[in-house]
Design a protein around this ligand. Structure first.
Ligand SMILES: *Cc1c(COP(=O)(O)O)cnc(C)c1O
Length: 493
């Protein structure tokens, strides 16, 4: 299977090449030329397998250059005891019509692990297939969660090194500690004296510097990224939609062939897009509900066909969804319109004036499969409290946004359809906001909130979070913005 760019300006490449490149030379994103089709027998087969087996079957359809044995070895290494649940992504059944897929049982307690535990292995295998012998050096600028998940994913993966820059005063205490205590012989974490944009701009400059690339090449390194737009991160996310469906079948609630809706707390549109791929492959999905917080660009886009990022940016208690440009939407537009020039035009308008309006046909196509909704911070907290009181189930702020949007839609329609909610973070990762939602009064900050939430609810916190206070701090260095290249050069000697 070949992969083509969403902007039509680049040649088609193989899956391994798409994973190595990350982004196409014309600035577009890689998508499979055709979407593989499955039938009910395929789903029945998956229902008999564990998560690793399901991953091999689904990924095999997209990554034809990888043999079954090769994918099995990669899946075993990626989804093993680094997850604290044997199911990897367990389905928690809330009631007869609602199930919550817990995507946060990996090492960093957030759903980014589902992709970042496997993507480094897909990348190194891809490099070997293409004859690359130099060390892949991953550079990441992070506002928090992605950096830690990437560090855990690349930690001690042969043939790679990873360096993460974060804004010195722009991440939470827990996030800073998670990164500063990172283990592994091939990792580095450095703070930047500036905000997230400064860190990101610094990293982009380093990527664009050809002289620097030549120096690194002589030392046996080349720079690479672990961006969420990489196909190697998107493909593994398709797997858990199939897995959720099979687990609900196995629980006896639905039968193979029954339709379910999906409700996804959305930021960069990667998670929900993977659900759309699962639907288009043939998984019986009714519609995809795109849930946003106060940064509701996507809600408006789905309702009107106008994408407009010219609006106030809100800092909310679901920070991983505080996003005004959802990069992966480009893939959906391309797949629905089938016209790279059109997408190229929209993206130019977006980077120019911050706004584009899709044509009538495309708007209808989006609306045929997607519903949108958003939820304020106050409603999100009320939802956390409601579910804890009514069902004894504790959810984090991102998941609560989705749960509330679903509840609103059900009330408006006066009907209830079986729906899987994607749960994207452990509630212990956002202990302060969750405690507040439960009505607890606390003066604690940082890692102490993890213990406090545990004491208040009687629930055990994930080990990597509860053990954080006792871990050795390895990385304390910070640099000025202009010294970022020197820091990279020091690391890649
Ligand atoms: C990244 C993230 C999201 C948003 O996922 P996208 O794929 O960017 O839409 C939602 N919740 C949490 C906790 C996240 O880390």
């Amino acid at each position: 299977m070949r992969y083509v760019s969403t902007r039509n300006g680049s040649e088609a490449v193989s899956a391994s090449q798409a994973i190595i490149r990350g982004i196409a030379p014309d600035g577009g994103l890689y998508v499979p030329e055709t979407i593989p089709q499955i039938d009910e027998a395929f789903i029945r087969g998956l229902c008999l397998l564990n998560y690793r087996g399901r991953a091999v079957e689904v990924l095999g359809l997209y990554l034809e250059e990888f043999s079954g044995n090769e994918l099995a070895a990669i899946a075993d290494a990626s989804y093993g005891d680094n997850f604290d649940s044997e199911a990897v992504a367990p389905l928690h059944i809330l009631d007869g019509d609602t199930a919550v897929l817990e995507l946060w049982h990996g090492p960093t307690s957030a759903f980014k692990d589902m992709a970042l535990q496997i993507m480094p292995r897909l990348l190194t295998a891809s490099l070997r297939k293409n004859g690359e012998t130099r060390t892949a050096s991953i550079l990441v600028a992070t506002s928090g969660d992605t950096g830690k998940a990437a560090l855990e994913g690349f930690k001690d993966v042969p043939g790679t090194k990873i360096m993460v820059f974060y804004p010195r005063d722009g991440v939470s205490q827990v996030q800073k500690l998670q990164m500063a205590t990172q283990e592994g012989d091939n990792v580095n974490v450095t703070a930047v004296d500036g905000n997230f944009d400064d860190a990101q701009t610094g990293v982009k400059r380093i990527f664009a510097d050809r002289d620097f690339a030549r120096v690194l090449d002589e030392r046996g390194y080349f720079l690479s990224s672990a961006n969420s737009i990489n196909w190697g991160r998107l493909a593994p996310q398709i797997v858990y939609y199939f897995s959720a469906y099979c687990d609900w079948v196995n629980a006896g609630r639905i039968q193979v062939g029954d339709m379910v809706d999906l409700c996804v707390p959305t930021g960069n549109f990667g998670d929900i897009l993977a659900g759309w791929y699962a639907k288009r492959m043939g998984l019986p999905v009714g519609r995809l509900i795109c849930a946003s917080n106060d940064n509701n660009v996507l809600t408006d886009f789905i309702a009107t066909g106008v994408y407009d990022k010219n609006r106030p940016f809100h800092l909310t208690s679901s920070p991983s969804m505080d996003i005004l440009v959802s990069s992966n939407l480009e893939r959906l537009l391309y797949c629905l319109a089938g016209d790279g020039e059109k997408v190229d035009g929209y993206m130019r308008e977006l980077s120019g004036g911050g706004r584009y309006a899709v044509d009538e046909a495309l708007r209808r196509a989006v609306q045929a499969e997607f519903a949108g909704g958003y939820c304020t911070d106050a409603d999100c907290k009320a939802e956390i409290g409601r579910l804890w009181r009514e069902k004894g189930y504790l959810m984090d702020t991102h998941t609560a946004v989705a749960s509330r949007v679903l509840a609103d839609i059900r009330e408006k329609e006066g009907a209830v359809r079986p729906t899987v909610i994607m749960s994207t973070a452990s509630p212990f990762k956002f202990g302060g906001a969750v405690l507040e939602a439960l009505g607890a009064v606390t003066s604690e900050t940082g890692p102490a909130l993890v213990e406090e939430l545990s004491a208040f609810t009687g629930l055990a916190a994930p080990k990597p979070l509860s053990g954080l206070g006792g871990k050795m701090v390895r990385f304390t260095r910070w640099v000025a913005r202009e010294d970022m290249p020197a820091a990279v050069s020091d690391f890649l000697t």
